[in-house]
Write a protein that binds this ligand. Structure first.
Ligand SMILES: *[C@@H]1O[C@H](CO)[C@@H](O)[C@H](O)[C@H]1NC(C)=O
Ligand SMILES: *[C@@H]1O[C@H](CO)[C@@H](O)[C@H](O)[C@H]1NC(C)=O
Ligand SMILES: *[C@@H]1O[C@H](CO)[C@@H](O)[C@H](O)[C@H]1NC(C)=O
Ligand SMILES: *[C@@H]1O[C@H](CO)[C@@H](O)[C@H](O)[C@H]1NC(C)=O
Ligand SMILES: *[C@@H]1O[C@H](CO)[C@@H](O)[C@H](O)[C@H]1NC(C)=O
Length: 552
């Protein structure tokens, strides 16, 4: 058994340092004082892409979900059903990172996912299924004011009958006074989402720049369904929301529907695709007091606040797979899944530049493939394989000033063969602020870290949830299933799939020889894959030892 071997070997050789690189567990002999013992994984070691290294830094957490990095480089992790945990990281140079101290910052059992910090780092936000709360946060003292009585800023987000419960939070870096809140549906196919005033399956934005907002304190509390303004709707459960750092475009990743039939034919194994949606550059309705902040940047021609199709229009993720009545549908097209056409009042997208205002007009739409491809519904910018469950998206420029969107795929339950259970990256065009791949691509994802045998998932697999990119472009990743926190870093040249498509990493050709590129900390593996030659500057004079375990 792999994990047993790993643990017992670690005990026998306490001065060996273990981390993951490529498809081997690497071990490097270092002075014990310079590098803390690694945290052993409880399942077979995952695989990381060449050019990345990964290290498990913490285990034993209770359902770790959202994670952010504070102004001092400490981690704040939402443990669902427990609260917010502060972790001080001891950094002895990559990969010698370990948790030095763990502090419960907020005990609050109904916090379940969403967490965010103001741009100045002094206000902490977190969400329950119903509300968004805030605390004054002192990063030096590691404390919040009034832990037991936070301010309530936004309320009325509970889905009747349960359903999706996370409420992802995002503070715009371009408009620091704006908080985006994403709310999913109450059920798999929630017809309430067709009623804009329900607030169901929407991403909404709120001006939180007024310090007197919130109660206790006598300030205003926003009513989620009726206040703020719409960034996008018709979004089944867009758990990951991010702002592209170059242009400020808002992107989200959506968990699409389960158990779907099309005209009576079961298509649930491979359809619908999960989605990456684009919501334009953050702008304000003309009625907003902050309308002077309206961006005049190029916006890929997209209006904000439009409907993305759920519950009646879903996306095709691979037009090469068998699909009933494919007709002219392409990968990324939206299709109808119902055998009987419905007439549903939607707000016309063409009127929806400000859907929070009463002048947006409802129209009756009979759902069909034709109406799903009309201008009333915004198709996804990218589609991903069905049921892979994207839960977070975070941008990073990596080592090479590329624009990368890391996406965590929690993994499937609604298909016979597990899918997802991995961390991927989507390459963005830095100047355009959009993915390099076209919207009909089946090939936009580059795997960064994955499980060796996905057929053993979820039991013997990591299940990534929250992502945070710190000031050194390290990627922190939670796993709510195993209770773990991982950290990854680009340490060398990262090569793409080598398929010559636009999603390949690296400045040179995808198939290029990594030796020809100059990378200061490039780690180079010999042909056998067993030797680790490029030693990071922080591990001076280390004796290189390579250990292969089990099925590696
Ligand atoms: C609008 O822009 C001003 C100046 O950049 C900034 O101080 C203010 O916080 C912004 N308002 C919001 C709501 O983001
Ligand atoms: C929440 O909804 C209830 C019922 O519609 C309403 O009475 C209450 O004022 C709302 N809360 C806020 C903060 O607007
Ligand atoms: C799309 O479907 C085709 C046909 O089954 C398959 O060969 C291909 O690998 C699929 N592409 C992806 C990205 O899943
Ligand atoms: C939509 O159709 C319903 C049922 O036929 C009708 O009552 C309603 O007036 C229509 N709404 C619009 C905006 O046309
Ligand atoms: C990345 O871009 C920044 C800002 O343009 C620049 O200062 C830095 O040197 C670049 N780094 C690399 C590795 O190209």
């Amino acid at each position: 058994m792999f994990s047993t071997t790993w643990k017992s070997t670690a005990l026998m050789l306490p001065s060996l340092l273990f981390w993951l690189s490529g498809d081997v567990v690497q071990a490097r002999r270092v002075a014990a004082s310079t590098c803390p013992a690694p945290v052993p994984a409880s399942y077979p070691a995952p695989v990381v892409r060449d050019g990345y290294e990964a290290r498990l830094v913490a285990t034993g957490l209770k359902k770790p979900r959202g994670v952010i990095v504070d102004s001092k480089g400490r981690l704040l992790v939402v443990e669902a059903g427990k609260g917010i945990t502060h972790m001080t990281i001891k950094d002895d140079g990559w990969p010698c990172l370990s948790v030095e101290k763990t502090t419960t910052l907020v005990s609050m059992t109904d916090l379940n996912h969403g967490i965010e910090l103001s741009v100045d780092g002094k206000t902490l936000y977190a969400s329950t299924s119903n509300s968004v709360y805030s605390w004054a946060y002192d990063a030096d003292a590691v404390r919040v004011s009034d832990e037991k009585s936070p301010k309530t800023l936004i309320s009325n987000m509970t889905n009747v009958g349960g359903g999706h419960s996370t409420r992802t939070l995002l503070i715009s870096r371009k408009q620091p006074g704006i908080l985006l809140v994403s709310r999913g549906s109450g059920s798999n196919i929630d017809n309430g989402a067709t009623d804009h005033s329900s607030g169901i399956s929407q991403i909404r934005a709120f001006d939180i720049s007024d310090p007197n907002l919130g109660t206790p304190g006598g300030g205003k509390v926003y009513d989620y369904p009726s206040e703020g303004w719409t960034i996008g709707w018709g979004l089944r459960n867009s758990v990951g929301v991010a702002e592209e750092p170059n242009t400020g475009g808002i992107y989200s990743v959506e968990n699409s529907a389960d158990g779907i039939k099309r005209f009576g034919v079961d298509i649930h194994e491979d359809s619908p695709g999960e989605e990456m949606n684009y919501h334009g550059i953050l702008r304000f309705p003309s009625s907003s007091p902050s309308s002077s902040n309206v961006s005049s940047s190029p916006d890929q021609g997209q209006q904000q606040g439009g409907n993305h199709g759920y519950p009646y229009c879903l996306a095709l993720c691979n037009s090469s797979l068998p699909f009933p009545s494919l007709n002219t549908l392409k990968t990324g097209s939206q299709f109808t899944h119902d055998s009987t056409p419905y007439s549903i009042p939607y707000l016309s997208s063409s009127d929806s530049s400000d859907t929070s205002s009463p002048q947006a007009k409802p129209i009756n739409i009979t759902t069909s493939d034709t109406s799903c491809s009309s201008a009333n519904f915004i198709p996804p910018r990218l589609t991903f394989p069905a049921h892979t469950a994207p839960l977070d998206i975070k941008f990073s420029h990596g080592n090479d000033n590329q624009s990368l969107a890391y996406i965590s795929f929690h993994g499937s339950w609604d298909r016979s063969t597990p899918a997802g259970y991995k961390l991927c990256a989507v390459l963005f065009d830095t100047s355009k602020g959009e993915p390099v791949e076209a919207s009909d691509s089946t090939n936009s994802l580059v795997d960064v870290m994955w499980n060796r045998d996905v057929s053993k998932c979820p039991e013997e697999c990591f299940r990534p949830v929250g992502l945070a990119v710190d000031g050194e472009e390290r990627i922190w990743m939670t796993d709510d299933d195993k209770g773990d926190v991982w950290v990854l870093k680009q340490v060398g040249e990262v090569k793409g799939d080598g398929d010559g498509n636009g999603n390949d990493f690296g400045s040179g050709s995808a198939n290029g020889d990594s030796d020809s590129a100059a990378a200061p900390m490039r780690a180079k593996r010999s042909g056998s894959g067993a030797e680790w030659l490029g030693v990071g500057t922080s591990v001076v004079g280390a004796v290189t030892v390579s250990v292969l375990f089990g099925v590696l």
